[in-house]
Structure formats: structure tokens, C-alpha cells
Ligand binder design. Structure first.
Ligand code: SAH
Length: 366
């Protein structure tokens, strides 16, 4: 087997997991078996377009090749530990990623679309004050196969419904796992694989500025930025990465990112925390930052979790905040919590992160 670096991380149980192998690596793999590189395209169509994971059923491959693949390769998705269904149709899977770690994937059906929310890390190191995942600390980055595996698994489970949008808004900070997240985003956009349009793939970040600028060049998907506060003083507390990349620097990167998006906007996420960031002064400051910019705002009523230490803003405060943005001409939506009865709403994903490394950002920054 060819000794390319990617194959190493994809090996499990002695077999090479072909899930998520970037097209070039897949072609190299077939060449190493003495096959033509175009076999990669054939297998991608089976796996990603038709959802066929059994090599035996891939009838345009020779019988000999199908048998060989079954011996040395696999198409393995993470094992489901538990599945939950919300009264609103939202589904959540808890997935085993080995060594006691588990991550969560959420599917949110709506009348005219189906959004899959995927995880990129077991835990998260960014330690945002109001986020359940952050509370658990960080264990490790997910591999490409583990991230793509979430999509393949969900697609199988939800049929005949379809995944029309994918958001990297599950557990973890996707841009902190840049090396594995970008190849997955590319597969989502690749016509031989999932074939989604750029605006239907959203990477959400707490504000890793160098990676935002790199992403603009490598694969400019839709971008969502977790702003959550309009001043550095407040954002330093709520989103500790702000102490490394403050608001001015972050917004500058956002406007540069938007230039490559051709008439598209950056989405700014703003969690509404009662008495913390939801007053008229914060709304006015936010207007000052975003007015006349390629920006829209997604207001997220805080989703509670045990010992969070925050409360959700009152409906009146939410409405007032929204009105201030709207009357300044800023497009703002209020995110309706989905799947909150199964703790599947934003910031409630906790999975299972044991043996965490002591790399929580706020601790490091002091
Ligand atoms: N690390 C990425 C993805 C995180 S989850 C990021 O920071 O963007 C997606 C969104 O949910 C983020 O905006 C996150 O800040 C927000 N969020 C986290 N905890 C929340 C909570 N308890 N209630 C509401 N939104 C929350």
C-alpha cells in the first residue's frame, strides 16, 4: 500500500478506511493496487452519491478488485452509542470515536431543507463561557474519516429525507482542526462527492483569524463568526480567543473573507445572555460595528445546560435587541431553538470527553 501520510490516520483495525480520503489520495491508493486512477471517481460515486458502502455491490469494479477491497479496505462510520429524536423532528446521534470519547451529530429537518450539524473535535479548547462543549475541555481533533463518517451515517439514517446544508457547528472549533476540516469541506463541494453549493456549507468559528484568512484562499465556504459581544472588554470574558485576536482584527479578516464571496455575507452569531450582552448599549455598539458591511446577524437565545451560570434573555429584551438591528438596516434573524428537549440545540452538545488535556484557553491566558 502506498505510504502516503493520510492513509496512516485512516487505518483502523488493519484496514484502510476509504471514507474521506481526498480524491488524489484515493487515486494514489488505486494506483498502488495496480489499478487505473479513475477507479477513485467510480468509487466516490458509489459511496457519496449513491450511499453504497458495500464493495460487493459496486458492479462497475471487477470482481477481483471488489474482493481485494473487501480484504484490505473498509468504509466505516463511527459506531452509534445512542440516538435521540426530538418532538420537533430533530435527531441526534452520540457517536463513539474510541478511547472513551464520543461526539454528537444533529440533523434538523425543516419544510424545505435538511441541515446537518457536525462535530470537528472531541471537546473544545476555546472555553467560551456559555458553551457546554467548552466546559468539558479538549481531547483531540477528529480525523477526516470521522467527520465524513458523520455525514454518511446521518444520510443513511434520515433517508428518504435529504441533507441539503451542512454546518460545522457541532462540538469543537473547526478552524482549530483546519487540516482535517478543509478536505471534508472540499468533499462536500465536490461534484463527485456530495456536490453541495458553497452557500450550503457553513464553517462556524469563534474567531481564529489566521485560519479565516487561509480559508478564504483554500476553500471559501459560507462563514459564520461567533461574535457574541460588541466590545473587547466583554468579548474577552465570553469568548477568550478574543484576547489573542480582538474584535477589530477579527472583523478586518471577515471583510476580507467576504470579498471573495461575491455578494455573500458573513453571518455573525450572537448568543443572548440575560443582563450580560443583551442591553440597548450592546445593540447600538453592534450596529456601529456591522452597519453597511456584508453582515447579517443570527441572534441565538441562550440554550441552558446544568450549572451554566447564565440565563436566557427575556422575550422583550430579545425583541428590543432585534428591533435595534433591524431599524439600522441590519438583517437579523432569531434562531428558534431546535431539539432542545434532547439537548441538541446550539451549545448543548456535550458528547463524552474524558481524559481531557489541560489546554483550556482561558486557563492558559490567565
Ligand atoms: N466553535 C464554533 C462552533 C460552535 S457551536 C464556533 O464557536 O463558532 C455554534 C454556535 O453556538 C456558536 O456561535 C456558539 O458560540 C453557540 N453557542 C455555544 N453555546 C451556546 C449556548 N449554550 N446557547 C446558545 N448558543 C451557544
Amino acid at each position: 500500500m502506498s505510504a502516503n501520510p493520510l492513509s496512516i490516520e485512516c487505518v483502523s483495525g488493519g484496514k484502510l478506511n476509504l471514507f474521506g480520503l481526498p480524491p488524489e489520495q484515493l487515486a494514489e491508493f488505486f494506483v498502488s493496487l495496480g489499478e487505473k486512477p479513475y477507479r477513485a471517481r467510480q468509487i466516490m460515486r458509489w459511496v457519496y452519491q449513491r450511499g453504497v458502502l458495500d464493495f460487493g455491490a459496486m458492479t462497475d469494479l471487477s470482481l477481483k478488485l471488489r474482493e481485494r477491497l473487501a480484504e484490505i479496505a473498509e468504509l466505516a462510520t463511527p459506531r452509534v452509542i445512542r440516538e435521540q429524536r426530538s418532538a420537533d423532528g430533530t435527531r441526534k446521534w452520540l457517536l463513539d470515536v474510541g478511547a472513551g470519547q464520543a461526539v454528537e451529530t444533529v440533523f434538523i429537518p425543516e419544510p424545505n431543507r435538511g441541515t446537518l450539524c457536525i462535530s470537528s473535535q472531541a471537546g473544545c479548547a476555546l472555553d467560551c463561557a456559555f458553551c457546554a462543549t467548552g466546559r468539558q475541555g479538549f481531547n483531540r481533533n477528529l480525523t477526516i474519516a470521522e467527520i465524513v463518517g458523520q455525514i454518511a451515517l446521518a444520510r443513511r439514517e434520515i433517508a428518504p429525507l435529504e441533507i441539503t446544508n451542512v454546518v460545522f457547528m457541532g462540538m469543537g472549533e473547526p478552524l482549530a482542526n483546519y487540516r482535517n476540516v478543509v478536505p471534508v469541506a472540499k468533499l462536500l463541494l465536490n461534484d463527485l462527492a456530495f456536490g453541495l453549493s458553497r452557500r450550503r456549507v457553513t464553517i462556524s468559528t469563534a474567531g481564529l483569524v489566521p485560519q479565516i484568512l487561509k480559508l478564504a484562499v483554500d476553500c471559501n465556504t459560507a462563514l459564520a463568526v461567533s461574535l457574541h459581544a460588541p466590545t473587547d472588554e466583554l468579548r474577552d470574558r465570553l469568548v477568550p480567543i478574543n484576547r489573542v485576536h480582538p474584535i477589530a482584527e477579527l472583523l478586518d479578516a471577515c471583510w476580507r473573507y467576504a470579498e471573495g464571496l461575491a455578494s455573500r455575507q458573513i453571518t455573525f452569531e450572537y448568543v443572548l445572555l440575560d443582563g450580560v450582552n443583551d442591553g440597548p448599549a450592546e445593540a447600538r455598539e453592534l450596529v456601529r460595528l456591522l452597519r453597511n458591511r456584508p453582515a447579517k446577524v443570527n441572534l441565538i437565545p441562550f440554550n441552558p445546560f446544568p450549572d451554566a451560570g447564565f440565563e436566557c434573555s427575556t422575550p422583550e429584551a430579545i425583541d428590543r435587541f432585534w428591533q435595534t438591528l433591524r431599524s439600522a438596516g441590519i438583517v437579523a434573524t432569531i434562531r428558534r431553538p431546535r431539539g432542545d428537549d434532547i439537548a441538541a440545540a446550539c451549545g448543548q452538545l456535550a458528547g463524552r470527553v474524558s481524559d481531557r488535556r489541560r489546554v483550556r484557553l482561558a486557563e492558559k491566558l490567565g
